[in-house]
Unconditional design. Structure first.
Length: 197
């Protein structure tokens, strides 16, 4: 199993769109690979339909999406018709590939460095929260670009925190307005700023 911060291995697989070499397909983009135990399962069908509807958001964020289910490409083609029907998807083409994988080895979120950045494991009976996945992606992109962290329950547009390793002098140069939260310890590590753009 790939752990957080480790490099995700390259692989070549079959999908309903044909063969894909993962590193070539991903290129310099961030990516999400989400796995499912089997085609024609109720929770998975709802999830793949939700992802298809969220494709404009993933494209806006520069994220490539690929799914995995432990059945054949032929099975995927038939399952996609169910997914499109459930999601009321009108396009003929399905908007992302589904990997054929009998080994069940691949399930992770990747960035351009091919590093594991997030792992979310849900039981088969509980559908994933894709609003949370989008929120995490927004946070990862923001915190990679700026020297900030996002607080608990943060949503796009809300205040963020300056990373602890940023000195006061550097913080004053980077951020126009800093609000330091008073704490009983007297320490000044909770430095809030408007979300950088």
């Amino acid at each position: 199993m790939v752990l957080l911060g480790e490099t995700f291995p390259d692989f070549t697989v079959e999908t309903q769109d044909g063969p894909i070499n993962f590193y070539e397909w991903l290129g310099d983009s961030w990516g999400i690979l989400f796995s499912h135990p089997s085609d024609f399962t109720p929770v998975c069908t709802t999830e793949l339909a939700r992802v298809a509807k969220l494709m404009p958001e993933f494209k806006r964020l520069g994220i490539k999406v690929i799914a995995l289910s432990c059945n054949s490409v032929e099975s995927h083609h038939k399952w996609i018709e169910d997914i499109k029907s459930y999601g009321e998807l009108t396009d003929d083409a399905f908007p992302y590939p589904i990997i054929e994988d009998e080994s069940r080895k691949l399930a992770t979120m990747l960035d351009p460095a091919k590093k594991m950045r997030l792992s979310m494991l849900y039981p088969a009976t509980t559908g994933r929260n894709f609003d949370e996945i989008l929120r995490v992606i927004e946070s990862l992109l923001l915190t990679d670009k700026h020297k900030v962290a996002t607080p608990v329950d943060w949503k796009k547009g809300e205040e963020v925190m300056i990373q602890p390793y940023v000195t006061e002098q550097e913080a004053e140069k980077l951020f126009p307005s800093i609000k330091t939260i008073s704490l009983p310890s007297g320490k000044t590590y909770l430095r809030m700023v408007a979300q950088p753009i």
